[in-house]
Design a protein around this ligand. Structure first.
Ligand SMILES: NC(=O)c1ccc[n+]([C@@H]2O[C@H](COP(=O)([O-])OP(=O)(O)OC[C@H]3O[C@@H](n4cnc5c(N)ncnc54)[C@H](OP(=O)(O)O)[C@@H]3O)[C@@H](O)[C@H]2O)c1
Length: 332
């Protein structure tokens, strides 16, 4: 199969730092072009990566050489931009989360089916050897039957002003960081029902967006899950899995640099601890390789759609449970 030509839409910090280098480093994909409204950014990226540059999306959308559009615009614009990508019958790879509300996500998924193109959601850490190893521990019964999971993701205040402080562009802790712990639980237990027993979402004084949240989820296999997420606070990025025969703790489970060596603190039933180490990896590149599989294999594409839908269902249940306004979107 020839390389798939990818155009990246939205040249913010994330695309420039992580996605463009990962596209250049991944076999099977070719960075064909970049699109953003800021002419100087488009010019410098097109020059650096020797690719096309557009300051308007239309020429990118009608370019027959573009197979895939990787969307890295603000979260609150993903639905509107995603509809345009799919209407142009391009494969649609999108930053997390796909949209801010379940009905929008389902609409995009349905349109992708009718256009026979893939939709993928950028939860890169799921493809890192660290998370693969956590899956192996749990599925291999290392801790016996899992009874409880605690998972936290929180990030300090960012220096640069981005869409994150604007509720109409999808800013806020739930969509920016809360989506990670939710996706981890979905990946660990893809066959279980997830009932949100308790959810609270907070907005610290002076913030236009939600700054923190906590949810308790009861899985149909009786696992109890405690999720917590925050922005503008000290960094936490961890998972703690408690089973009948032992437990596992791992730090930097979501965001990390490619040279991060994963550590797994394993405790046996008596609480005796040992540490095991995992492999490094560039999760963005590994994610792109996984996404490529959804272009050629309809079954993988459908599996990714159903995982995106399950994550969106839980996020929406959390939002509704906490009384959070799920219907906000730019222009409404
Ligand atoms: N997986 C990860 O590790 C990770 C990390 C960070 C962020 N992300 C995700 O990546 C996406 C972008 O995040 P970011 O941190 O890069 O944000 P950002 O710095 O605000 O960049 C987003 C870019 O989108 C463009 N944009 C802004 N408003 C727009 C509009 N109305 N129409 C079209 N384009 C617009 C802007 O470029 P122009 O002004 O040039 O158009 C902006 O630079 C988000 O979905 C976020 O959740 C993922």
């Amino acid at each position: 199969m020839r390389s798939q030509r990818v155009a990246v839409w939205g040249l913010g910090g994330h695309a420039i730092r992580n996605i463009l280098p990962a596209l250049a480093a991944t076999n099977g994909v070719e960075l064909y072009g970049v699109c953003s409204r800021t002419e100087s950014t488009v010019g410098s990226c097109a020059q650096k990566w020797n690719c096309k540059g557009w300051t308007e999306p239309e020429p990118m959308l009608i370019d027959k050489n573009v197979d895939i559009i990787f969307l890295a615009t603000p979260i609150g614009l993903h639905f509107e931009h995603g509809m345009r990508v799919l209407a142009a019958a391009k494969h649609f790879w999108c930053e997390k989360p796909l949209t801010c509300r379940l009905t929008d996500t389902l609409e995009l998924l349905e349109l992708s089916r009718s256009k026979r193109v893939s939709v993928c959601e950028g939860h890169m850490y799921l493809h890192h050897p660290q998370f693969r190893r956590i899956l192996d521990y749990v599925r291999g019964g290392s801790v016996g039957r899992v009874v409880s999971i605690g998972c936290r993701f929180g990030i300090p205040r960012l220096e640069q002003e981005t869409f994150r402080s604007d509720p109409l562009r999808g800013g806020g802790a739930l969509f920016d960081v809360g989506c990670y712990p939710v996706s981890a639980i979905e990946a660990l237990f893809p066959d279980q029902q997830m009932e949100v027993s308790y959810a609270v979402i907070g907005t610290r004084e002076g913030s236009a967006v939600d700054t923190d949240g906590h949810a308790i989820i009861a899985l149909s296999n009786a696992v109890r899950v405690h999720l917590e997420w925050r922005i503008n606070c000290a960094y936490r990025n961890e998972i703690d899995i408690w089973g009948e025969k032992g437990s596992i703790f791992s730090d930097k489970v979501f965001s990390k640099s490619p040279d991060h060596v994963p550590e797994f603190r394993l405790r046996n039933a008596q609480g005796v601890e040992k540490t095991e180490y995992g492999s490094t990896g560039d999760h963005f590149s590994l994610m792109l390789q996984y996404f490529l599989g959804t272009v050629s294999d309809m079954e993988s594409a459908e599996e990714e759609r159903s995982r995106i839908a399950r994550r969106a269902e839980v996020l929406e249940r959390i939002a509704r449970g906490a009384g959070y306004p799920v219907n906000r979107r730019q222009g409404e």
